[in-house]
Design a protein around this ligand. Structure first.
Ligand code: ADP
Length: 163
């Protein structure tokens, strides 16, 4: 069975992430979306919230599974019995970091390959960070994230809207 892991913070999942998940699900028998628990980024949403949002938005894709993980991606990939790491590339700004990560992972685990999917044209500008920034001002984020994620963002920022 060809299995890939798509690791990330997903704080929260955006339409850009979802596009990568859908496309990867057509390339592999199974895609495990790995939600990094202890991110250095101090996520807005708890691990459970991030996992639940991802489960909700992928519930109609039968070969996608969502799982939280700690530690190195390559260890998680091995534990999943997967052979490939999926990452998304939006612009040249992503490239340097992703190249470093991919090369480091290749040294740690030569049997695991990183596969990059180029962001869909409609999603190249989109990041969880900018979505959160827009949501803090009480703006509508329905063009950027699935409806249930927009709802969660509204709940998070309710009463805390910036001027
Ligand atoms: P990180 O894993 O670096 O904390 P994210 O969880 O936001 O970042 O993203 C996980 C992966 O998805 C990364 O490879 C990132 O480049 C990619 N990604 C993020 N946003 C998009 C998007 N709009 N379109 C395609 N890929 C994306």
């Amino acid at each position: 069975m060809k299995r890939a892991v798509y690791p990330g913070t997903f704080d929260p999942v955006t339409n850009g992430h979802l596009d990568i998940i859908k496309r990867a699900s057509k390339l592999f028998d199974e895609v495990v979306v790995g939600v990094l628990r202890n991110s250095a980024k101090t996520p807005l949403f708890s691990t459970d919230e991030r996992v639940n949002m991802l489960r909700e938005v992928t519930k109609d894709i039968p070969n996608v599974r969502i799982q939280a993980f700690d530690g190195l991606s390559v260890d998680f990939v091995r534990a999943c019995d997967a052979q490939v790491i999926i990452r998304g590339l939006r612009a040249i700004t992503d490239f340097e970091y992703e190249l470093q990560m991919a090369q480091t992972n290749r040294i740690l685990a030569p049997d695991i390959d990183t596969m990059f999917l180029i962001a869909g044209l409609k999603f190249t500008y989109l990041s969880s960070t900018t979505v959160k920034e827009v949501a803090t001002f009480g703006e509508d984020v329905s063009r950027f994230v699935p409806a249930c994620v927009g709802e969660k963002l509204r709940e998070k920022y309710a009463g805390k809207t910036r001027q």
